[in-house]
Write a protein that binds this ligand. Sequence first.
Ligand code: SAH
Length: 223
Amino acid sequence: MNSIELGGIGMTSQRTRERLIQRLKEQGVKNQRVLDIMRVTPRHLFLDEALSQRAYEDTALPIGYGQTLSQPYVVALMTEALLSQGHREKVLEIGVGSGYQTAILAQLVGHVYGVERIKPLLNKARSRMRTLGLRNVTLAHSDGSVGWEEHAPYDAILSAAAPEHVPEALLHQLAPGGVLVIPVGPEGDQELRVVTRQAEDAEFEEQVIERVRFVPLLSGVTR
Ligand code: SAH
């Protein structure tokens, strides 16, 4: 990959990216580390070439297989919520998709474990992690509605796909003091929830931070 591809030209240039960051600030994103990492992460590398011109618009974009690259504002909001109580070492991401959110997290936490149920999307995400030199990411082709028991417990879990109800397994795999950031509800009418596990006991505290639109969390995997 040469520097033009990584740095971007025209609509993927630094100025275009700066406008997006400005917009995120105006919408209330305050965490400076999140804004800085989003400024330097080339979102156009997570899209097919035909769409890369639109990479720095604050909108969700198609990545094939009926799935979407999340809207930057939503990525920022979820990442900010995940970091709101300070550093998170071990993070589980459900619904890696393009790998954009994965790349943002990898630059802000200790290690990201990511699962995706659509094999070709996972393969592409994997090669993007290599291109960007992100080594603290472990990806698997599996169904995240049951979490990823092998590496549990997690300091934080982020889901980019919406179940109708919070899966029990995800609550079980949260470490004490851990946080789960997840859209919940039927298609087209979901709320973004932040569920925090108390440090001393297995009690959970829940907060709704935004109304959102996500693709559904489906079970099983596809080749
Ligand atoms: N953060 C991603 C979002 C992709 S859309 C991005 O910005 O690119 C959500 C993703 O969740 C889709 O790729 C979909 O295939 C995946 N998904 C849905 N249900 C899943 C499940 N049970 N396990 C793992 N991934 C799932």
